[in-house]
Design a protein around this ligand. Structure first.
Ligand code: NAI
Ligand code: MG
Length: 366
């Protein structure tokens, strides 16, 4: 069988710095575990604009459609802030998501014990937390038509966006959530506002339909999204998998993620339809951006990017044991006290560098 293929798009700012540490782990899998990935590297974001005048070259897009998984660092930076909207670095990322049709965005919120004191919540509420938010990523109010700013009838203006979901769009992201739940705690909570929105009523009915017809063995509950926000900060461990729409998911996933500490710790996966080879179209990336304030200084925490690679092992390559091994290495290193600057209080001692954190994780893998 062909080696699993990876396209690495390190991007801008700290993207290449954190990706360097991931590449060491990819090499480790080849030499120590005999798992060889066919890796190609290319440009996305500002660096692609500098070379090609576009944040994502057509050849890169075509390659992304062919590989088993795309691994992305981060895009953007002050040098590109004044570019025309159509060639902004973020457009490269949006094009990838759209053309790969990555409708299911997975955002885990997992608390490493060593960092439990770092949370804004009490330790017993947060320790051992391991939940997964599945956010619909390609539809809803961010895409619905009509949209725009129009003159109104009173001499003023009206701003319009449309929340719109079809049966198919709801069912496919619901399936993705139920599949995940089967490999985790077997529990899905669906969140919408069925009390005040018709799209929310449809969401609730269709998620229930998928449950009743295809996943009756998974426990399903429904919750209004505003209550969901309260429950997430009150007692987050009541949840296993949460599935919700694009808008609510944007907010709830940021909220849940921050329960566990630093932006430098947060991985993500964006999955599309399952291909003939049984693998979903997939893009893995840290949640953080290009962090221009610390770029080039060796300060970036590589863990978000490393955990994103672990998600690739689990969700693209069915290597759940190896993913757990990477996660365990991260846990060990944190338990031993290794901290990049983002994981420390101001007078918490001397932080280690991006490279030192990567090397420590590599050593723990052995
Ligand atoms: P950001 O995530 O780049 O940085 C926010 C803060 O968190 C900064 O203080 C940064 O130093 C810190 N931080 C982020 N990642 C870190 C890491 N791995 N280790 C240690 N500290 C870390 O968000 P910001 O500042 O709003 O945006 C900067 C640029 O990144 C902008 O051009 C923005 O458009 C872009 N961006 C790109 C994203 C992507 O590629 N997916 C997502 C968010 C922003
Ligand atoms: Mg957000």
């Amino acid at each position: 069988m062909a080696n699993p293929s990876l396209l690495i798009l390190a991007g801008d700012g700290i993207g290449p710095e954190v990706m360097t540490e991931v590449k060491k782990i990819i090499t480790w899998f080849g030499t120590k575990r005999g798992v060889h990935f066919d890796v190609t590297e290319d440009l996305v974001g500002g660096c692609a604009y500098d070379k090609h005048g576009t944040p994502l070259h057509d050849d890169t897009m075509a390659r992304a459609m062919q590989v088993d998984a795309v691994l992305l660092g981060a895009v953007g930076g002050p040098a590109y802030d004044n570019l025309d909207f159509s060639v902004k670095p973020e457009r490269g990322l949006l094009r990838l998501r759209k053309e790969m049709d990555l409708f299911s965005n997975l955002r885990p919120a997992q608390c490493f014990d060593a960092l439990a004191d770092f949370s804004s919540l009490k330790k017993d509420i947060i320790s051992g937390l391991d939940i997964m938010i599945v956010r619909e990523l390609t539809s809803g109010v961010y895409f619905g038509e009509p949209r725009g700013i129009f003159p109104d009838n009173e001499g003023g203006r009206v701003g319009v966006n449309t929340q719109r979901y079809t049966t198919n769009e709801i069912r496919r992201v619901a399936r993705s959530a139920f599949e995940l739940a089967k490999r985790r705690g077997n529990k899905v909570c669906s969140m919408e506002k069925a009390n005040v929105m018709e799209s929310g009523i449809l969401w609730r009915e269709e998620v229930q339909w998928v449950h009743d017809h295809e996943y009756p063995e998974v426990e399903l509950s429904h919750m209004y999204a505003d209550n969901g926000a309260m429950q997430l900060v009150r007692w987050p461990k009541q949840f296993d998998v949460i599935v919700t729409d694009n808008l609510f998911g944007d907010i709830l996933s940021d909220c849940a993620a921050m329960l566990t500490g630093s932006l430098g710790m947060l991985p993500s996966a964006s999955l599309g339809a399952v291909q003939a080879n049984g693998r979903p179209k997939a893009l893995y990336e840290p949640v953080h951006g290009s962090a221009p304030d610390i770029a080039g200084q060796g300060k970036a925490n590589p863990i978000a990017c490393i955990l994103s690679f672990a998600m690739a092992l689990r969700y693209s390559f069915d290597m759940g044991d190896d993913a757990a091994r990477v996660e365990k290495a991260v846990e060990t290193v944190l338990a031993n006290g290794a901290r990049t600057a983002d994981l420390m209080d101001k007078d918490g001692g001397t932080p280690i560098s991006t490279t030192q954190m990567g090397d420590a994780i590599l050593a723990a893998l052995d």
